[in-house]
Design a protein around this ligand. Structure first.
Ligand SMILES: [Fe+2]
Length: 189
């Protein structure tokens, strides 16, 4: 099996490179899942480290300065990722276009921030054993709160396009449409 760091790889290459089969995973309904269903499902995946633990890596950025993430599974209804976080890792502001999502933190802790116009962002720390879930209306950024953190992410329908945002010092927000295979990075420093 191959560790996958998608970077700028074309989506088709990433889609074919997921490391688990549907038979490895908790049962799926054969349709798109709601955010509530995703939360329960990703919690089951998190509770089975034999599925994903071998892909965890925190030994620093590769030559592109990329975070380490692995496509665990993808089909017509869901895609599932393993993300590894150190303190310097930061997705920048983004949305998930039409997808709902759920995140289970399995090691360490991550921060989730939501932008607030005219105010400071709403920030929460999500520690190991906790989950968060959201719909397609959700805008956030995530980062490592502890070196060596790990989280499992599931999205339905599968991510295809995402919105990446910058917010200027004067509060002006701009959105760029990016491929799900592009690594999310801060656009506003
Ligand atoms: Fe996200």
């Amino acid at each position: 099996m191959t560790l996958v760091t998608p970077g700028l790889a074309p989506p088709s290459a990433v889609a074919s490179a997921c490391v688990l089969d549907v038979d490895d995973l908790p049962a799926l309904p054969g349709r798109e899942l709601t955010s509530t269903e995703l939360r329960a499902w990703v919690r089951e995946v998190a509770a089975r480290p034999e599925l994903w633990e071998r892909y965890v890596r925190h030994d620093g950025a590769d030559e592109r300065g990329s975070r380490h993430f692995v496509s665990l599974y993808r089909d017509a209804d869901i895609d599932v990722w393993l993300l590894c976080w150190n303190l310097e890792d930061d997705t920048g502001w983004h949305d998930h276009d039409t997808s709902s999502g759920a995140v289970a933190v399995t090691r360490g802790a991550v921060t989730e921030s939501r932008p607030r116009l005219g105010g400071t962002p709403v920030v929460q720390t999500v520690r190991a054993g906790r989950t968060l879930a959201f719909g397609p209306d959700h805008i956030h950024r995530m980062g490592g709160a502890v070196d060596g953190s790990v989280s499992i992410h599931a999205y339905s329908p599968p991510l295809w396009r995402m919105g990446q945002y910058s917010i200027s010092d004067s509060g002006v927000m701009r959105r760029w449409s990016v491929s799900y295979a592009d690594e999310l990075r801060p656009l506003d420093g």
